[in-house]
Design a protein around this ligand. Structure first.
Ligand code: GLU
Ligand code: ZN
Length: 492
């Protein structure tokens, strides 16, 4: 590759960040890393009616959380800044002016209604509907007439009359016939530049070499390629037309395209649900790309090392939440105990089970409890439910009523009483001896069914029927807590 690879991720800050967007960011990031290139993060915030500061902050925050660090962009800066389009309005005005002066674009005075009406007529005649070049060659007197009517023109790009082709990095050779790409609007009548102008302008000025983006943008590509040719003539950028690769659609429930409006596509949801960024990115990588050799578990660095664009598929990918969750669970198992404890701590703080700065004892307790849940966690949102019994004070501790119903029954009272006595006297309050001694007393001597009596003990001590392993939990909680909880049950 002659030019140093420069790719961009350029979302518009509208609404919540969504997984489709993250997939695009990830593929660009991996492509940049793989080719020792530059990953540019640009914010396309020229639509003041839709963009919001909140969304902008959420975007930056999400990218940081995911670890998709950018080489140039907001907060980081870089030689091609500013990286927020709202701060580049003068540039677009200038480019629009040059395009107009050199004849690559023209003023169109048609109202939307007029354009719409003529489209309808085209359809009725069986023609491909689209702007009919009505204002391409207006005479001075026609223009004067429009001006008299106080009509403000839009700026339209003059599409060259030829077929536009490119070799798509994902989809191979593609071409669009001239009649399918009508002259399109670059600048609104009120002077606002549109995506059609600002996006290619910045790609040219920021010397972007490769554009990887969703298939939904496929139809903009021939227009943009024609615009790059004009840019070469008027000296916008270095004369590079980027290579394009269109990433396959992501399908959601019912084999419908996953839309950013679908709740299950919101990135914040996955974050709240306690997905690890590693797990989520690993899963999203599989939406259109494959590692090869059936490998489905890998880090983003491994993805980057192996990111051959030729292995991006053009076939739609299916978003499968079950698989996403399973990969996340694999990632949870892969973390070291201190690392997992660290992440669980955040979850426990967020759900107010731990204070903002946990004490050394609480931290230690969490570290000891971590191995008990590591194998069974799928997402971190399960952590508070599984572990809160370790941390709540005795006054706050409650036994789940439903779980207690058929487990803590009257007939077990004598067994629980004897257990308390045993727990008080047992010399070593350790997993193995707790298991052995309680088993001897309750099962061998008293003849109780292990499932019945140990479920009762589990509910008494942890508050729930489903919990981390009982004897291990008892050891971690310590003698006093365990006894006090069983006694509390006896009193009731
Ligand atoms: N701002 C555009 C979007 O979010 C960028 C599209 C592109 O990658 O060209 O859809
Ligand atoms: Zn017109």
């Amino acid at each position: 590759m002659s030019n140093k690879v420069r790719v961009r991720f350029c979302p518009s800050p509208t609404g919540d960040p969504h997984v489709g967007m993250v997939r695009t960011a990830l593929f660009n990031w991996a492509f940049a890393k793989h080719n020792n290139g530059t990953f540019v993060f640009r914010i396309e915030d020229t639509d003041t009616s839709r963009d919001s500061e909140e969304s902008y902050q959420a975007l930056l925050d999400s990218m940081r959380w995911l670890g998709l660090n950018w080489d140039e962009g907001p907060e980081v800066g870089g030689p091609f800044g500013p990286y927020r389009q709202s701060e580049r309005m003068d540039i677009y005005k200038d480019v629009a002016k040059k395009l107009y002066e050199k004849g690559f674009a023209y003023h169109c005075y048609c109202t939307q209604e007029e354009v719409e009406e003529r489209r309808k007529a085209q359809k009725e005649k069986g023609q491909t509907p689209g702007y009919d070049a009505h204002c391409r060659e207006l005479t001075d007197s026609q223009i004067a007439e429009f001006k008299c009517k106080n009509r403000e023109p839009v700026l339209r790009f003059r599409m060259p009359s030829k077929t536009i082709s490119w070799n798509d990095l994902v989809r191979g050779e593609l071409s669009f016939k001239h009649e399918h790409i009508p002259d399109y609007v670059l600048v609104r009548a009120n002077g606002d530049p549109l995506y059609t102008l600002v996006n290619p302008t910045d790609d040219a000025l920021m010397e972007i070499t490769h554009v990887l983006r969703g298939e939904d943008l496929l139809s903009s590509t021939p227009r943009q390629i024609a615009l790059y040719e004009a840019f070469k003539e008027i000296g916008v950028g270095k004369g590079i037309t980027p290579d394009f690769g269109h990433l396959p659609y992501v399908m959601g429930e019912g084999n419908k395209k996953l839309s950013k409006r679908d709740p299950e596509s919101s990135l914040l949801l996955y974050r709240r649900e306690g997905f690890l960024p590693e797990g989520l990115l690993n899963y999203l990588a599989l939406l259109g790309w494959s590692f090869g050799n059936d490998i489905e578990f890998f880090s983003m660095q491994e993805m980057a090392d192996n990111f051959e664009i030729s292995r991006v598929s053009a076939n739609p990918a299916r978003f499968d939440i079950k698989k996403c969750t399973a990969i996340n669970a694999d990632w949870i198992r892969k973390l070291s105990v201190p690392e997992l404890a660290n992440r669980m701590e955040k979850q426990l703080i967020d759900s107010k089970i731990l204070p903002n700065s946990p004490s050394p004892e609480q931290k230690e307790l969490l570290i000891s409890a971590t191995p008990l849940v590591q194998e069974r966690l799928e997402t971190l949102s399960q952590v508070p439910g599984m572990l809160s019994f370790f941390f709540v004070s005795e006054s706050e501790f409650v036994v789940d009523k439903e779980d207690a119903k058929n487990t803590l029954t009257q007939d077990l009272l004598p067994a629980l009483e004897k257990s308390v006595k045993l727990l008080r006297d047992i010399p070593e309050f350790k997993t193995q001896s707790l298991h052995d001694e309680l088993n001897k007393l309750l099962v061998t001597e008293m003849g109780l069914k292990p499932r019945v009596i140990f479920t009762a003990l589990r509910v008494a001590v942890t508050g729930r029927k489903v919990s981390p392993p009982l004897f291990e939990s008892m050891e971690i909680m310590g003698r006093d807590k365990v006894i006090s909880r069983i006694e509390k049950c006896l009193k009731k």
